[in-house]
Design a protein around this ligand. Structure first.
Ligand code: S3P
Length: 181
């Protein structure tokens, strides 16, 4: 079966896996727009993700996230970085429109926390004394969902440049119609 032409790239994976940095880079190379679910949520809510979690709670955040995701997934020629929890619910990846290339950026819990320490305070789910145990627990619970992505890319020991180059290589191989500058 011929795959649908490529309209968008969707990056999923745990916090600190590099979705935003890699997404920016791929979008620049494809000449496409980049959009980050968390940024769009913050713009819509007029407050930060941490503030939304603190004042309205996680269920409210998840409902907003799902609404924003639907809107962004309807766009074309866009590279999307989802929030780490978005893909981890039944039906999320099955529901993405045809023409979406999905990539799971893999990262271990310790590496996620190491990277996240630069962004302390912005990740409410890991703002706790037992953050490492929580990250291990969340990754284990989410892996079956993340696995549904079309490709998995290990980011553990790779730079943003290398991960992006690997993804662009896959895209060029699978979708010869696209052009990366
Ligand atoms: C979350 C990940 C965050 C953000 C929120 C919840 C999660 O996004 O959406 O803090 O549940 O893993 P990043 O993965 O972009 O940090």
């Amino acid at each position: 079966m011929t795959p649908a032409p490529l309209d968008r790239v969707l990056l999923i994976g745990f916090m600190g896996s590099g979705k935003t940095s890699v997404g920016h880079r791929i979008a620049a190379r494809l000449g496409w727009r980049f959009a980050d679910f968390d940024d769009a949520i913050e713009a819509e809510a007029g407050s930060s993700v941490a503030e939304i979690f603190a004042s309205r709670g996680e269920p409210y955040f998840r409902a907003l996230e799902e609404r924003v995701a639907r809107r962004l997934l309807a766009e074309r020629q866009v590279v999307l970085a989802s929030g780490g929890g978005w893909a981890a619910a039944a039906g999320r990846l099955e529901g993405v429109p045809a023409g979406t290339a999905t990539f799971w950026l893999q990262v271990s819990a310790p590496e996620s926390l190491r990277r996240g320490s630069e962004a302390a305070g912005t990740r409410p789910l890991l703002a706790r004394p037992d953050a490492l145990e929580e990250a291990i627990r969340l990754i284990a619970r989410r892996a079956p969902y993340y696995k549904e992505a079309m490709w998995a890319v290990d980011t553990e020991r790779s730079s943003v440049e290398d991960v992006s180059a690997g993804i662009l290589e896959i895209l060029a191989r699978e979708y010869p119609e696209i052009r990366a500058e």
